[in-house]
Design a protein around this ligand. Structure first.
Ligand SMILES: [Zn+2]
Ligand SMILES: [Zn+2]
Ligand SMILES: [Zn+2]
Length: 349
């Protein structure tokens, strides 16, 4: 995530802010500029709050009164107005979705428009809901926005990591796979890395839940769930790639560098200087910054009595898959949509 400064007083403001906590100037996020804007004077001319500002606690801006923003307009279905629990879960889920959509816009990925990509945000208390993706429509079980229920499911399934943002990025992985991998040659390479996705999905699902993952899954997969089917391997890897890019961007924005633990300061592999625009560089450079940063952040989390921030290991086969995703995300980026972010980074040095 980028960092933002209040346009009125220069104080640090966050992606989710609707107001500067220092000077009380209202703030709104303008997706076309990828900027949080102080809503005063010429900078705010022609900007209006998203029509879901209250319902979805949305701080994104639109150019025309009464319209939905670039994130909210992607949602096709939400809980009814007479379902207060569902609506609270909906607002929390839209918050995670705005982060996910921000990153897609920042990366310049294509296909982030209504009619191509849609979300059904459904409450499983009202009807059975399975989180998933089909033909550009991502279904999210709103119960996953409830921390207690999500933690219960995480423990039941023995997962080291389960978040709403993670679900969204995983399902977006399914959506983007056929957009990023095109042509017979590319699909052949994709199958070499991830396996043949034409294998029976129902059988794979049954096998996964009756037998569990192979014992050596960490040698080839980023998560146990990724072993289930090549589609899931791609989606897990894609989500993981977005985690890495977002976290490195945040570290770069805050000037976080790792100079190596005091005990081992001579080992270069324990040092990191995350830079903006990591996508312009090769994946090996991304990884060189990523791994030392995760060691440091995991140690910090343990100091607070928390689980590791990054409870994963990356085997060479997994790194190869991440590199493949990296190359395809970069190749698919639409230059015009990247332009605002690139100029902004230059302007801020
Ligand atoms: Zn301010
Ligand atoms: Zn909105
Ligand atoms: Zn999936």
């Amino acid at each position: 995530m980028l960092s933002f400064a209040c346009g009125h007083c220069g104080h640090l403001v966050f992606f989710e802010n609707t107001v500067c906590l220092n000077c009380s100037t209202p703030q709104g996020f303008v997706p076309e500029r990828l900027e949080l804007v102080a809503l005063e004077g010429p900078a705010a001319a022609g900007l209006h709050r998203c029509a879901n500002a209250t319902l979805a606690a949305c701080n994104w801006m639109v150019g025309e009164q009464g319209r939905l923003c670039r994130s909210c307009e992607l949602t096709r279905t939400r809980p009814n107005d007479d379902d207060p629990v569902g609506l609270a879960e909906f607002a929390a889920t839209e918050g995670a979705k705005r982060r996910a959509v921000f990153q897609l816009l920042d990366l310049g990925l294509p296909g982030v428009h209504p009619g191509e990509l849609g979300f059904d945000l459904l409450a499983s208390e009202q009807e059975p809901v399975s989180t998933g993706h089909a033909d550009g429509v991502i279904t999210i079980d709103l119960a996953e926005s409830d921390a207690a229920r999500r933690e219960q499911r995480r423990a039941e399934l023995g997962e080291p990591y389960r978040t709403l943002l993670g679900h969204l990025r995983h399902e977006l992985g399914h959506y983007f796979q056929p957009l990023l991998v095109t042509g017979d040659a590319e699909w052949a390479r994709c199958r070499e890395l991830f396996g043949d996705e034409r294998g029976d999905y129902g059988q794979a699902l049954e096998r996964h839940y009756s037998q569990g993952p192979p014992s050596d899954w960490q040698q080839r997969h980023v998560s146990a769930y990724a072993t289930m089917h090549p589609w899931e391997d791609w989606a897990e890897t894609f989500a993981h790639y977005l985690h890495i890019r977002d976290t490195l961007q945040t570290a770069a924005e805050y000037g976080v560098t790792v100079r190596g633990p005091r005990a081992v300061t001579t080992d270069r592999s324990l040092k990191a200087t995350p830079q903006p625009e990591a996508g312009e560089r090769g994946f090996s450079e991304v990884l060189d910054n990523w791994l030392p940063l995760t060691y440091a952040l995991n140690a910090v989390n343990r100091s607070m009595g928390r689980d590791d921030l990054y409870p994963f290991t990356l085997a060479p086969a997994v790194i190869e898959k991440l590199e493949y995703v990296h190359a395809h995300v970069h190749a698919a980026a639409i230059p015009s949509e990247q332009a605002p972010a690139a100029s902004r980074l230059q302007a801020s040095g």
